[in-house]
Design a protein around this ligand. Sequence first.
Ligand code: ADP
Ligand code: MG
Length: 709
Amino acid sequence: MVTRKPVTDAPIKRKSAAQMALEKLGLRTPFDLALHVPMRYEDETRVHWLAQAPVGEPVQIEGVVTHCDVSFRPRRQLVVQLRGDTPEAATAGSGENAVCTLRFFSFYPNHQKALAVGNRVRVRGELRGGFFGLEMVHPTIKSIDAALSTALTPVYHSTAGLPQAYLRKAVVSGCQRADLSETLPESALADLVPLGIPPQWTLAAALQFLHHPAPDVSLQALEDRAHPAWSRLKAEELLAQQLSQMQARLERDAMRAPALTDHVWADWLRAALPFSLTGAQQRVAEEITADLARPVPMHRLLQGDVGSGKTVVAALAACNAMSAGWQCALMAPTEILAQQHFVKLVQWLEPLLAQHGKCVAWLTGSQKKRERADMLARVASGEAALVVGTHALIQETVHFQKLGLVVIDEQHRFGVAQRLSLRRKLMQMTDGQPLSPHLLMMTATPIPRTLAMSYYADLDVSTIDELPPGRTPIVTRVVPAERRGELVTRIREQTQAGRQVYWVCPLIEESEALDLRHATQAHEELCAALADIAEVGLMHGRLPAAQKQAVMDAFIAGDIRVLVSTTVIEVGVDVPNASLMVIEHAERFGLSQLHQLRGRVGRGSVASACVLLYESPLGDVAKARLRAMAQTNDGFALSRIDLELRGPGEFLGARQSGAALLRFADLAQDDALLAWARGCAAQMLATQPVAAARHLQRWMGGKVEFLKA
Ligand code: ADP
Ligand code: MG
């Protein structure tokens, strides 16, 4: 039998390799290309006289070839001697350094032809001063008759298969085809003048300039992004960001949510708690209560340092939803944390829920099928008034009967992309429901003010700035790994006094296997050293869920005294009897991670300590991080330092999603422009919605949704 290829009518369009490379760089539209500004420039506007050419810089020189030969020492190469020769040279007579050696390690017959003895040539490359005089390795050979450039030559960030020449042409064409007409209102343009952006710097002029700057411009100003052309780009970008945030807020304000005004359950919980709320907890609980009472979806971020008591605030919010007959979902980034919340919430709320024939459900990825089906049924019927779990909560198969409130704990642990997908899922899950759920996000990584004003501009923020009473501050010590042995004595003391200890091992180069080996080894060592006095447990991500839970339960019960763990215990874990935290290879952790880990101790009234073991030599950033940890317990202060050390992209968890947040503006420096953008965005949305939409579309296109997450 003969098989034939299926015939289709559709013409097959193949993309060229260069086109695919452009797409790989994210350059799809003319505007993308126009915004692809050079990473540096080369000066091809002049030819240097060899005798006066600056050494160590890329230059163009001209000269006559006096020698051209293939040499085999130290390796095969084409060696050319060039005698500097320009009009200046002719008038001044040749100088001392007027001879330059050109070396080519890979070459073709064409090279030899172009560089034949007696030829006059123009070459471009970096001039180096070596033992044998001036040299250029692999210079570009240029035509001697070519007209000199009138502008600096842009060099673009590129990728394999995309030559600069192709990219330059694509950018020029992009700039011609893109719509770069003015979107900013007159008054906003006027407000830019005192910020160093005169009116002639339109977007079009700024881009034209950045792609082809005049030869007399200060390269320094371009490099420092201090030129008005740069400022204009930053202003445009920040404006787009603010517009998208404000737009998101307007859209949300137009949505409807259940007004949750019944406080009976919350009052019950308050009375039943074994402690009374701190003033700060009281205040944020009131802010949340006020939000929930409005028929508009809440979108609030609750920030509070580790141990400040956010969980109980979430529980009170859940009560407000449940007493009005709505369900609440609480999502945590790890199974251990979700499990802890589940236990705590059951403990607090079970008596109340039982009275009303309701329960707390539990959903994770590792659940048995039967158990999961059972939980799903309870969620769908509404019997589960509260559902606690990991991101398994937002899978398609989960149907809520009446979802009124979603709480996301440790929201900074969910990447930007995950937060977006979460929002989308929430929308889908509540599709048939005319009312959207309220959203409460919690984080122990406080967001610095500039970031709050930019990326989180559409969120309301509540802050718990007070720890529950009776905590003693944690003492932090930075100790070289060589002194690891001494710690065993410390651990003995603590366990003999009835306290508990965490010993945390790091993630080694993202390799779970190595990670595990390290933790296992530390576990064996400690078991041997402490065999006579204490039970040492081991916890890591690869343990089956049931075993994880068994280990955690034993630690909470105090049967395990020392817990060796990988970072799975990083967030939220709450064992007030733990008083010593040892972190191995502390230099490999980020600042917020160290602070989170340290927050596992100091939760009771006993004096607690954190020991940061490091391996020498320490890099500058690691040194700064460890020093900051030793100096302060204040999560806000650490968060500011973290932002300075890492920059906003990584800080916000955008690196995981691979998306750049701000390409041009720098929040650490451009706060004046950010303030301008906020004012301008508000004004445009109110009075020039069409121009605002045009600006947003141009700058964000399909990416708007991403920034709203
Ligand atoms: P985090 O803000 O880090 O999530 P938790 O909610 O886990 O903190 O609370 C830390 C510990 O403090 C828990 O054991 C919790 O029960 C306890 N706690 C919370 N609020 C108070 C309070 N007002 N007084 C005393 N203990 C409290
Ligand atoms: Mg917590």
